[in-house]
Design a binder for this molecule. Structure first.
Ligand code: PLP
Ligand code: SF4
Length: 359
């Protein structure tokens, strides 16, 4: 009967996630590397794929950029260089799950679960399918730390994925943090617009938009991820009055191509999401097959400059235990006398008289 059909909620969708080899075999024709990967990583790395994100995978092409991001491969166990905690986050945590590297801002990992597990995830050591939010005691301790450290003006809620918590709980955390007088800004990092767009309900957006200023940074890596559903999810966030940024990871075989990065940036901008960072893939255990040489990464991003809208170009960075380091092409070529020689996007050189500052 019309109007009485039950609609599946995002929680139902999450419960139907693909977490076993048998389920995955029903969606894609697995390669030996993938099958062996799934069998061998048991107990080492978690994996899991939302039905929505799985529907974007090409069943016959193992090089599919969606599939590469989420289906385990045996290569994950063949990484000699990678370490478990490349950012030494555990050394920078005055309170469990709260990372304080910069003077004025912190990252607070309030959730350890994700809608889909990325094979290159920095927090592979933390994310799992067990338990969801941090405990009240840990939360209260974190909030107390924020209250006592008056230089903190910007709090980034991350995980895992904070948006997998129930609406009330997320809103409660955001409200309690925003209540601290010196905290000017709260932001959430969430991949749900990309991996579980149904999670981004109008109700959630309405609740979060009550706590301004509030930003959401999401995580798209490939234009194929910008489906009508994902674009609509971003639209609900932006329409509610929440500005959005995007943080990508530079991944070999997924987006290590200037044309792909250009299309990704342009489609994000069309969805009203500003490309923010493009991360160099960390020297993290199990990610050797994803890592791109930094010099090549710099050239890939250089190829965007002058060839698309400036705000469609993310800042390429490497995160280190001492903070993020911009990885930039050097457009200042040198000096000739008092003049500075600059290189334009097309390679044409420009000589700029260098202003002398009076002391
Ligand atoms: C990335 C990060 C932030 C936020 O940095 P922005 O450059 O302001 O986006 C804050 N704390 C930690 C530990 C981070 O890794
Ligand atoms: S969504 Fe983010 S935190 Fe979760 S697995 Fe992917 S990269 Fe890691």
């Amino acid at each position: 009967m019309q109007g009485t059909l039950p609609t599946a909620t995002w929680q139902d969708e999450l419960r139907d996630s693909i977490t076993t080899l048998e389920q995955l075999e029903r969606c894609v024709n697995l390669t030996d590397d993938e099958r062996e990967g799934i069998q061998e990583i048991e107990g080492v790395f978690n994996w899991g794929i939302s039905p929505y994100y799985a529907s974007l995978m090409d069943p016959d092409d193992p090089d599919c950029p969606i599939r590469r991001q989420v289906v385990p491969r045996i290569q994950e166990l063949q990484d000699e260089l990678g370490v478990w905690d490349p950012l030494k986050e555990e050394d920078h945590s005055p309170v469990e799950n709260l990372i304080h590297v910069y003077p004025d801002r912190v990252a607070f990992c309030v959730s350890s679960v994700c809608a889909t597990f990325c094979r290159f995830c920095l927090r592979k050591r933390m994310v799992d399918t067990q338990g969801c939010a941090i405990g009240e005691e840990n939360l209260a301790e974190g909030i107390d730390y924020l209250r006592r450290n008056r230089q903190i003006r910007d709090v980034l809620l991350t995980g895992g994925d904070p948006l997998l918590m129930p609406d009330e709980q997320i809103e409660d955390i955001v409200a309690r943090i925003h209540e601290i007088p010196h905290v000017e800004l709260v932001r959430i990092g969430s991949r749900t617009p990309c991996t579980l767009p149904s999670r981004v309900t109008k109700e959630l957006c309405r609740r979060l938009a009550r706590h301004q200023p509030f930003w959401i940074n999401t995580h798209f890596n490939h234009p194929k991820e910008l489906t009508p559903e994902a674009v609509a999810a971003c639209g609900r966030i932006v329409d509610a009055g929440i500005p959005m940024g995007n943080q990508s990871v530079l991944l070999k075989g997924v987006n290590d191509d200037t044309a792909v990065l250009k299309e990704l940036g342009e489609r994000l901008v069309a969805a009203r999401v500003r490309p923010y960072y493009l991360y160099q893939c960390q020297t993290l255990k199990g990610t050797a097959h994803f890592r791109v040489e930094i010099e090549r990464g710099v050239q890939l991003v250089r190829g965007l400059r002058g060839r698309t809208s400036g705000f469609a170009i993310p800042q390429y960075v490497l995160d280190t235990p001492y903070g993020k380091v911009p990885l930039n092409y050097q457009y200042i070529k040198g000096r000739e006398g008092d003049d500075v020689i600059l290189e334009s996007f097309s390679g044409k050189l420009w000589r700029e008289p260098n202003p002398k500052e009076a002391d």
